[in-house]
Design a protein around this ligand. Structure first.
Ligand code: PLP
Length: 418
């Protein structure tokens, strides 16, 4: 028997999974309920647990590891930067900043980038920019700005952002809510039109609602949103934190609708799964409402983040990822649609991103995920019995097929036990 204290063994990971889980349960806040797997390593689309068992990663860190675990080009950029400097703060210029903002602005086709860390911070940036633009440019009376948002949204966890969530789990107990938001049904352009008035400064939407279950709006929705925003002098703020940077086969999911938003919010994959990197991207006439001292973050735009973010932009421009997603998307679509009537009641997909609504009478989302885990596929329910599948974009056709075989087999098992 080992005589080492559990803290020492926990620190270097040399514990069996059950001990890790018990210690985490005892010493961490219970704000997550992870599946019972303790991951120790990752490579490409696969992760390995502490017992050496491999799993196909069907979540990809909610799209933060779009380019695969330990992507060699991203690791090289990070390693090289670790040898130089990691953080200066924005009090000084550093030599990784200009290349990053130039590359990201160019990729998105806008003038300016405001780098922050997490997705929620990017959304907060979008809200602040929209309000300030509303007061200074549109001429809305101070304190009256309204941002129209969609039911079913997920934009993060800050107190302001959960104020306009429609999920009681997200907002209940965290009030009082921040005022200034109006919620309309997602995908309903008429309702949006009715909600816009003289005090409306922005419409904030996910082009595809990820956490709601990969909800793809009707094809004419985003063009109509764009048109309404233009006609009423309202900013269209697209939260591409989960939908952007390759997940749907494009840099921006808005591209599928031929639409250009006024402000884009990116996060997750921008940090290559290595560190949090997020940004708001817009033209000068919008982003220039923020002046020195009015918004920022100690870590936003740090040298390591910029080095990795620049490498991410390079991968999106030169790498095979967007083409791969487009090539594999029809297979994923066909395979999830096949599940409907075989245990699933509905399935949606765009690019390498699918939401499958399993018949709740068969199993809850948690049980589905546990059964898939047993078969070597890691996924997570979004809510209820809806499972999201969003593997790293390096997944192969065979791996994708195999993962969907496991999904079909789990549904067959569940139907057999009825
Ligand atoms: N926006 C969208 C669309 C998201 O999906 C998420 C996270 O899932 C966020 C914002 C918040 O990002 P973060 O968790 O990095 O704060």
């Amino acid at each position: 028997m080992s005589t080492r204290p559990p803290e020492a063994a926990a620190a270097d990971g040399a514990l069996p999974a059950e001990r890790h889980i018990a210690l985490a349960e005892r010493h961490s806040a219970h704000n997550y309920r992870p599946l019972p797997v303790v991951i120790a390593e990752g490579e490409g689309a696969w992760v390995t647990d502490v017992a050496g068992r491999r799993y196909l990663d069907g979540l990809a860190g909610y799209s933060a590891t779009n380019f695969g675990h330990r992507n060699p080009e991203l690791l090289a950029a990070a390693h090289a930067q670790l040898e130089r400097i990691t953080l200066t703060s924005r009090a000084f210029h550093h030599d990784r900043f200009a290349p990053f903002v130039t590359a990201l602005a160019g990729l998105v086709g806008k003038d300016r980038v405001l780098p922050v860390n997490t997705g929620a911070e990017a959304v907060e940036t979008g809200i602040k920019v929209a309000r300030k633009w509303g007061y200074e440019v549109k001429g809305v009376p101070e304190g009256r700005a309204v941002i129209v948002v969609a039911a079913g949204n997920f934009h993060g966890r800050t107190t302001t952002i959960v104020s306009f969530s429609t999920d009681p789990e997200a907002y209940r107990g965290f009030g009082p809510p921040t005022p200034g938001f109006r919620v309309v049904p997602y995908g309903d352009a008429e309702a949006l039109a009715a909600a816009i008035d003289a005090d409306t400064v922005a419409v904030l939407l996910e082009p595809v609602q990820g956490e709601a279950g990969v909800i793809v709006p009707p094809p004419d929705y985003l063009p109509r949103v764009r048109d309404l925003c233009t006609r009423h002098n309202v900013l269209f703020v697209a939260d591409e934190v989960q939908s952007g940077l390759g997940r749907t086969g494009t840099v921006r999911a808005c591209e599928h609708s031929g639409v250009d938003a006024d402000v884009y919010l990116f996060g997750k994959a921008l940090g290559g799964g290595i560190l949090p990197v997020a940004a708001a991207v817009a033209d000068a006439e919008v982003l220039d409402v923020i002046r020195p001292g009015q918004h920022g973050s100690t870590f936003g735009g740090n040298a390591l983040a910029c080095a990795v973010g620049t490498a991410v932009v390079k991968l999106l421009r030169e790498g095979p990822y967007l083409d791969r997603v487009r090539a594999l998307a029809p297979l994923l679509r066909a395979r999830v649609e096949e599940l409907v009537g075989r245990g699933a009641v509905a399935a949606r997909s765009i690019g390498l991103w699918a939401g499958v609504d399993v018949d709740p009478a068969l199993a809850g989302g948690r049980e589905l995920c546990e059964r898939l885990l047993e078969r070597g596929v890691l996924v997570k329910e979004t809510h209820g019995s809806t499972v999201r599948f969003s593997p790293p974009l390096v997944v192969t056709e065979e791996e994708l097929d195999w993962a969907l075989d496991q999904f079909a087999a789990v549904l067959a098992e569940l139907r057999a036990r009825r």
